[in-house]
Design a protein around this ligand. Sequence first.
Ligand code: 2X7
Ligand code: FE2
Length: 300
Amino acid sequence: MEAQFMSQEGKILAGFVAPHPPHLVYGENPPQNEPVSEGGWEVLRWAYEKVRASIEELKPDVLLVHSPHWITKVGHHFLGVRHLTGKSVDPVFPNLFRYNFDLQVDVVLAEACCAEAQAAGLVSQLMRNPNFRVDYGTITTLHMVRPQWDIPIVGISANNSPYMLRLDESVEQMERLGIATRDAIRKSGKRAVLLASNSFSHHHFRVEPDIPEDMSKEHPQNYRGYKWDVKVIEMMRQGKIRELMEIFPQWVEESYSETKAGSFPWMMAAMDYPSYAAQLHGYGTVIGTGNAVMEWRAAA
Ligand code: 2X7
Ligand code: FE2
């Protein structure tokens, strides 16, 4: 249903940290993915089963995902083509992820998010290429959250401003993008779920095991990164998001956190830095990186 027919204000129902190691799709062996595995990364995949149950219960109109692997140097981009199909390949792990995707975009909401972002002074635009290959981060997160692919999506790129600007300037940009997203959702009348597609600690092993899914080889790449993962998860479980954002630069610097790409700050800003407890659905490493699956469920 489009905005003009909706009288109620739209709402963010929940936000999830929903990391995108392609290994999780590989471990599941869905028909869309070409490589075949013996399994692997079960603890994280069981965590995603809980997310799938939450999505089933919430019945959102739209899923919005911010992905670190759709990198746009000039501004923030939004998928702006109603129907996208193709093959998404992970350039680092093509042995694990060659996924045939077929997805529906909520272009009306994407246009509204883009317009709000522009009004907030952010360089932003719609991606209108009908043959666009959607990145593996977007696809992995969406597959893990809703493998039926029956809910329209809004895909948002990572301008990666943190890599170009000072970290505080870039976080401020992500905050504006988050608020713009929230305003667009509110005006749309739609019930939305946000997905921050990022790992936490992000150093990974340089050599892949002969059997990638051999879980006897899986552990944190380094102790410092693991300790940061535990610390930030605890803060999230205690509702200390504003305190966490105070130490965001140190977190990113010391654990090489993938949150630097902006997904997490975007989602937290859109949800106005929740002070209620996040639910941890599960934690695990993937080729040494730290990955938490977490949910912030807004009050009904
Ligand atoms: O993109 C990723 C990632 N963030 C973590 C682990 C392994 C592969 O890809
Ligand atoms: Fe990644």
